[in-house]
Design a protein around this ligand. Structure first.
Ligand code: SAM
Length: 303
């Protein structure tokens, strides 16, 4: 697939490049914020699974108003990802796996024991194509993000995270309802209908832990079971489609989209050391070997 082909098939990918967002995901956070306003008044926020950094850019654009005397941003944004992330003036970056305790410790250290107003997580596993497996991996990421949130979020704060829609959602949503007064599921219009992704938008954090547990306890182990059992498994969770109708994310647009001088741009930030780099290296070695042994024909066949 060439760049031009993706530009036609994925209008938000193209818009992200035109508007210099590091990823098309930036539009998802913009559309969620436009509807639910969870970033208003936020001073400290954690962006989990943040690379290449589209959501972090949105956060810094929304929240960083330069303090005129110190020229320091008044807000603190900590971006976390297992992959290396390119620096950005207003971000503090932690490279680590959010399912590992060491990463959790590093995030907590960044805030010196202070709590944050909001945690967002756009975490997605490398999708395998096996639906059950993908759902399971995604749930694992979401519960890690939820555990971190319970350790660091202020009472009254918000948590917004990606969820894959599937058969276990009712259990996950009830667990979220245990600590949040308001929980809903939203689908930004820039997220393809064909994709099983949606986002949980949880507001008003009210930690409800069993007696003797501290607020930083793991959300499942020290859950107030009485409260959890009182939640009806059949409780309906509102589902909201959000974001102004801009473009249809499932439609293929012609390259021009109203302009004759359309140019294909490079992404605002290419991945620094993506997991597929090793495959490219191996494949290009094969191509070199094939060219040496088969001459130019090899170049054509391997292209
Ligand atoms: N929100 C990002 C943006 O706007 O650029 C895009 C996030 S991308 C859809 C999903 C990210 O989840 C990837 O960068 C991936 O490295 C990260 N991820 C997956 N599993 C992770 C884990 N266990 N710990 C930390 N990051 C993880």
């Amino acid at each position: 697939m060439g760049k031009a082909s993706r530009d036609k098939r994925d209008v938000y990918y193209r818009l992200a490049k035109e508007q210099v967002w590091r990823s098309r995901s930036a539009f998802k956070l913009l559309q969620l914020q436009e509807e639910f306003r969870f970033l208003d008044g936020v001073k400290a926020v954690v962006d989990l699974c943040a690379a290449p950094g589209g959501w972090s850019q949105v956060l810094s654009q929304h929240l960083c108003r330069l303090n005129e005397t110190t020229h320091q941003p008044k807000v603190k944004i900590v971006s976390v990802d297992v992959q290396e992330m390119a620096p950005h003036p207003f971000l503090e970056i932690v490279q680590g796996d959010i399912t590992k305790i060491n990463t959790v410790k590093q995030i907590l250290e960044k805030f010196n024991g202070n709590r944050v107003d909001c945690v967002v997580c756009d975490g997605a596993p490398d999708v395998t194509g096996n639906n059950d497996m993908d759902l399971c991996l995604q749930e694992h990421l979401l519960s890690a993000a939820y555990a971190i949130t319970c350790c660091i979020l202020k009472a009254g704060g918000s948590f917004v995270a990606k969820i894959f829609r599937g058969k276990n959602n009712a259990v996950t949503l009830n667990l979220l309802r245990t600590h949040f007064s308001k929980v809903l599921v939203a689908k930004p219009r820039c997220s393809r209908n064909s994709s099983i992704e949606a986002f949980v938008v949880c507001a008003d954090f009210q930690p409800r832990l069993s007696e003797g547990a501290s607020v930083g306890s793991f959300p499942l182990r020290d859950l107030d079971m009485k409260f959890y059992s009182s939640l009806s498994a059949r409780q309906k969770t509102p589902f909201v489609a959000c974001g102004k109708e801009m473009y249809d994310s499932d439609r293929t647009y012609s390259k021009q989209l109203g302009t004759d001088d359309y140019v294909i741009r490079n992404p605002a930030q290419s991945p620094i050391s993506p997991p597929y780099a090793e495959s490219i290296r191996v494949l290009s070695n094969k191509t070199v070997y094939f060219s040496i042994t088969h001459g130019n024909k090899g170049d054509q066949e391997s292209a």
